[in-house]
Design a protein around this ligand. Sequence first.
Ligand SMILES: Nc1ncnc2c1ncn2[C@@H]1O[C@H](COP(=O)(O)OP(=O)(O)OP(=O)(O)O)[C@@H](O)[C@H]1O
Length: 147
Amino acid sequence: MVGTPVTPASKMIQRTPSTTPGGGTRVREEKILVTVRVRPLSRREQALYDLIAWDCPDDHTILFKNPNQERSATSYKFDKVFDPSCSTLKVYEEGAKNVALSALTGINATIFAYGQTSSGKTYTMRGITENAVTDIFEHIKNVSCAL
Ligand SMILES: Nc1ncnc2c1ncn2[C@@H]1O[C@H](COP(=O)(O)OP(=O)(O)OP(=O)(O)O)[C@@H](O)[C@H]1O
């Protein structure tokens, strides 16, 4: 019998004002997790002496490196931040795997990438899809072997 798809269990998150503009600091149910991946500079960008504009001081914060020293740096909080050294496997394991594999228990979930052109959406989503497919087929193999 096919189970009725449900949405993922909600999570209690304490949001800061910078994460949710106008949202205040009250605790509320969140079913959307937002992660940020900062990609490394491309060869072309390095050749042009471009600089990465963002620092990732911890796993949840990005900090705009303001070239204009008159203003203080601006930081934003997210559910998870992946710095330019993070592998796609780490992004998958820590940022997408649980959501992707929730399909195996009949839970409906969506993973999508949003960002400006060349920010790495295709690169990241391709890696996430490849890893998710590998895990799903591994699960199918294990389940069918156990039958
Ligand atoms: N984390 C990363 N490490 C190394 N290279 C990356 C990374 N992310 C993206 N790139 C490279 O940066 C370039 C742009 O990435 P990608 O095509 O994924 O961007 P996009 O956001 O899908 O762009 P568009 O919106 O124009 O389709 C590609 O050459 C890709 O290989």
